[in-house]
Design a protein around this ligand. Structure first.
Ligand code: SF4
Ligand code: SF4
Length: 458
């Protein structure tokens, strides 16, 4: 073997034996997925050695979800159960929402300091309190939004540090080496968003734990940094970001912002067109796992109807249980009186036309396809009228979630096509996402035009 080859081979062996975590100050340039790195934390540990197989944005990326579903849940989702408006029953379909152990339910927690009603906190606290787990990986938010920090929580008060808004990408997996080195952690609850859960599922066997549970949240369009989130709130929504306790895009087509002084709502349509570019992390434009397919239990809000509640901290959330482990996690919280489960989550209204209209008006799509991105949003009064009308006639409950999933998925498909070209883009879509994209391509010429415009630029 030539000398240079020998050196490369021995460097590779040395790295495998003693991998060097990447310094977070080098994010994103020094991280393998570069701009598409969602800063899940894996590369900030010695598990960086697994990055090529674990990262949701390298190689086939989220296309690995199909195989991982079988590994984690014992089966893949039923792709024949894919609801469209003309045959949607209202309750969640497996094709779009992932493996379902039972129908998606509505749920409320009993926590008063949470961003919502504390369903995630209630499950995590109950599992720790009932000795189901030795520790919980969660993100400590901090009131000042400075740095969302992952922690290995061992007490209820530690877990309660994770309440409230998480304004930006957070490196949940940064504590992997701490877990591995601590013999007192044998049973673990990992809390995280889809991209972090995918990386965790890919390396969990190496942690040598007796039992792992995963509690996921739905996630779309995260901010790259706390600074970008603050900027969105001050420049986009027009609130004093220093007072914000939580914010979300809700079913009434308004951004809801909970502040120290009150509660603000602003119609989506009134947001400046250019605000999305900086407010959304590039990784989130390549994400096809809004519903967190690989978690045992998923807590979300997008499929829960807003009727009867005007604020996020009064509203129901959705609870998705994917397997037996997930069912035992939920039982722990119910038994402890920290979780109230309501009806099966249902929905009304068709979603495809409005999903496609949102794609066509999306500033990121317009930016990719040479369209005009409007600096200003609609005048407030017109935006309020639009939100009122669409809120009345548009999709609600689970059908609103179908709208949101399809819109994000189509926009993100166009993004990966633009960023990575046909071959890699197609590989990075899980099968369910490919089916949804193909359905829209077969029924909407405008999507075909957008696709061809992007391809013609490569
Ligand atoms: Fe590493 Fe995670 Fe970034 Fe992928 S997303 S490059 S695994 S830190
Ligand atoms: Fe990760 Fe997707 Fe959430 Fe972005 S939208 S933080 S890529 S799960």
């Amino acid at each position: 073997m030539p000398v240079a080859m020998k050196r490369i081979a021995s460097a590779a062996l040395a790295f495998a034996a003693n991998p060097i975590p990447i310094d977070p100050s080098g994010w994103p340039e020094r991280f393998p997925a570069k701009d598409h790195c969602s800063r899940c934390g894996l590369c900030e540990t010695t598990y960086v050695k697994n990055v090529e197989d674990a990262c949701a944005f390298l190689g086939p990326g989220m296309g690995r979800i199909d195989d991982l579903e079988v590994k984690v849940h014992g089966r893949g989702r039923n792709l024949n159960d894919m609801a469209w408006s003309d045959d949607a029953t209202g309750s969640a379909d497996e094709g779009r929402f992932g493996v379902l152990h039972r129908p998606i339910m509505l749920a409320k927690g009993v926590e008063t300091e949470a961003q919502w009603t504390g369903v995630v906190t209630g499950i995590a606290v109950s599992m720790l309190d009932s000795n189901m787990v030795d520790a919980v990986v969660c993100i400590a938010g901090g009131d000042d939004w400075s740095q969302p920090e992952p922690i290995l929580a061992r007490t209820i008060s530690d877990v309660l540090r994770g309440r409230g808004v998480k304004p930006a990408l957070a490196p949940s997996l940064r504590v992997l080496d701490e877990i591995k080195a601590d013999p007192s952690v044998r049973r673990l609850l990992f809390c995280g968003v889809g991209c972090a859960v995918q990386a965790f599922r890919s390396i969990e066997d190496e942690l040598g734990l007796e039992e792992t549970y995963v509690l996921g949240t739905n996630c779309a369009d995260n901010s790259p940094t706390p600074h970008a989130a603050r900027n969105f709130l001050s420049k986009g929504v027009g609130v004093d970001e220093g007072t914000v306790k939580g914010y979300e895009f809700m079913q009434d087509f308004k951004v809801h912002v909970k502040t120290e002084d009150g509660y603000e709502k602003k119609p989506y349509f009134c947001l400046p067109g250019e605000i999305a570019q900086d407010a959304i992390a590039t990784s989130c434009l390549a994400c096809f796992d809004y519903t967190n397919a690989l978690a045992d239990v998923v807590v979300g809000y997008m499929g829960a109807p807003l009727e009867g509640a005007t604020r996020m901290d009064e509203a129901y959330q959705t609870l998705t249980i994917r397997n037996d482990r997930g069912a035992s996690m939920v039982t722990a919280a119910e038994d402890a009186g920290r979780l109230n489960i309501g009806d099966v989550a249902g929905g009304t209204g068709s979603h495809e036309k409005i999903a496609m209209a949102t794609v066509l008006a999306d500033s990121i799509v317009l930016g990719m396809t040479g369209g005009e991105v409007k600096e200003e949003g609609m005048p407030r009064l017109i935006g309020e009228v639009m939100a009122f009308i669409i809120g009345r006639v548009g999709p609600k409950g689970i059908n609103f979630a179908r709208y949101s999933i399809d819109y994000h998925l189509l926009r993100n498909y166009l993004h990966v096509l633009d960023a990575w070209g046909d071959k890699r883009a197609n590989a990075s879509l899980p099968k369910y996402a490919t089916e949804i994209v193909e359905k829209y391509l077969s029924t909407d010429d405008k999507l075909v035009e957008l696709k061809e415009t992007i391809r013609s630029r490569h």
